[in-house]
Design a binder for this molecule. Sequence first.
Ligand SMILES: O=P(O)(O)OC[C@H]1O[C@H](OP(=O)(O)OP(=O)(O)O)[C@H](O)[C@@H]1O
Ligand code: HPA
Length: 179
Amino acid sequence: MNRPSLSEALSRADLIHDLPVLDAAIQRMAAEIDQEIQGEHAVFITVMHGGLPFAAKLALAMKSDMEFDYIHATRYRGATSGSELHWLRQPAAALAGRTVVLADDILDEGKTLKAIRDFCLDRGARRVIVAVLCEKRHGRCVPGIKADYCGVEVPDRYVFGHGMDYYEQGRNLPAIYAI
Ligand SMILES: O=P(O)(O)OC[C@H]1O[C@H](OP(=O)(O)OP(=O)(O)O)[C@H](O)[C@@H]1O
Ligand code: HPA
């Protein structure tokens, strides 16, 4: 497949948040979420693919025991602008009456996390806690969704790295960059 070059994108990208900043933010979030869910056996749902590195680090930094599951819903599908949401995998865990922690890389227009949050509530989740590594503040977020826990803010530009892709590349870059 002929993809736009990652190295060319990196050469004109700005570094937005480096790894120590992201790791410190994740440690802080882990302690805060632990505090909120103490005594519960929550379902910890990773939103694939972008949420994978963040979710792994967040879970390892938390002390609460949790049941793991994952969901895969994608709206960008390797592009830099989103369209309709495609469900690729629904969680298997029983959600009825449970607290769900949703871990994803980014809240941008919010359409993905709103649909996933509503899905969990439709499955009977008692409450859904939304945790994102970063949030783009631009005023275009759909109503009715917010991040309960957010690591860092990013500018209103396309960002990649630390889970987020540039045409399905660059997800394992440790830092976050913007083009
Ligand atoms: O707030 P929104 O505008 O809805 O966008 C945020 C979603 O977009 C990205 O997923 P993507 O569709 O790129 O799938 P991926 O994680 O597999 O890359 C990201 O991981 C979020 O889930
Ligand atoms: O800026 C972004 N970068 C990567 N993935 C995304 N999904 C929504 N917005 C973005």
